[in-house]
Design a protein around this ligand. Structure first.
Ligand SMILES: NC(=O)c1ccc[n+]([C@@H]2O[C@H](COP(=O)([O-])OP(=O)(O)OC[C@H]3O[C@@H](n4cnc5c(N)ncnc54)[C@H](O)[C@@H]3O)[C@@H](O)[C@H]2O)c1
Length: 252
């Protein structure tokens, strides 16, 4: 029970890495708010946690919208009493170059991947500070640490996630708040299938290419979730401002 009595928010919790982490947080004893744009799928994850004996609420919200983010935090404080852990994980990708991507698509990617983390931290840091500290984990990407093809806005946004994580760690460390990024590479979620679709590539060939890394396979969401549980837990009590890579050696 690495997160016993912790109150946690997981964004993008309806699917993929977020869902696996919401379930892992709950299995480690945390109360979990599953936050996502997808209402039905988010409620399903919360119901799954409750059916296993845990405590969970689903909150439908757009994490790039400030009023929604404030409502999420207010709801969690009303339901659970406080917030100790936040996993800022909601994210989207556009597989386009500078000449292909439209300005509104660029803004959308930055809204969901970057602005969301700023908004969450802006409003949750005071709550965490009042609670005596906490842990924030932001989902970056291997493509926040190196470049990738036909994904300009995504690479730029994930680079921002990695470095804003460091800046947040510096600003809020004195309040006892640790901030780290987890940086996955090719994990078996809907996002990989969406990339194949955007690139007009067959899903099979795209997934086969994802296995081209030292461990010879793509990752599973539960393998990222295990790293997030550790970063969020007291076992990582001296870890802040770090960028943990979970990618089967893909960018080694
Ligand atoms: N799958 C990979 O290979 C991979 C690799 C590196 C990084 N990541 C990152 O991991 C995170 C999770 O992605 P995933 O692979 O689980 O994909 P996913 O598409 O399965 O999950 C993303 C979730 O975010 C939600 N979401 C999207 N926009 C939102 C918004 N505005 N407000 C609230 N929720 C919103 C979606 O509804 C979805 O449930 C993302 O930040 C992604 O960039 C994924």
């Amino acid at each position: 029970m690495q997160l016993k009595n912790k109150k946690a928010i997981v964004t993008g919790g309806a699917g993929g890495i977020g869902r696996a982490t919401a379930l892992a947080f709950a299995a480690e004893g945390a109360s979990v708010a599953v936050v996502d744009l997808q209402a039905e799928a988010g409620e399903k994850v919360a119901a799954e946690i409750r059916a296993a004996g845990g405590e969970a609420v689903a909150i439908t919200a757009d994490v790039s919208n400030e009023a929604d983010v404030k409502r999420v935090i207010d709801t969690v404080v009303a339901e659970f009493g406080s917030v100790n852990v936040v996993f800022n994980n909601a994210g989207i990708i556009k597989r386009k170059t500078a000449t292909e991507i439209e300005v509104d698509e660029w803004d959308l990617v930055f809204g969901v991947n970057v602005r969301s983390i700023f908004l969450m931290c802006k409003h949750v840091v005071p709550v965490m500070t009042a609670a005596g500290g906490g842990a924030i984990v932001n989902t970056g990407s291997g493509w926040g640490l190196k470049g990738g093809g036909r994904a300009l806005s995504y690479c730029a946004s994930k680079g921002a996630v990695v470095n804003m994580t460091r800046a947040l760690a510096i600003d809020h460390g004195p309040a006892g708040i640790r901030v780290n990024s987890v940086n996955p590479g090719d994990v078996n979620t809907g996002m990989l299938r969406e990339e194949a679709r955007q690139l007009a590539q067959s899903t099979d060939s795209f997934l086969a290419e994802s296995a081209d890394r030292p461990l010879q396979r793509m990752g599973e969401p539960e393998e990222v979730a295990a790293a997030v549980v550790w970063l969020a837990s007291d076992a990582a009590s001296y870890v802040t401002g770090s960028a943990l890579v979970v990618d089967g050696g893909g960018i080694a």
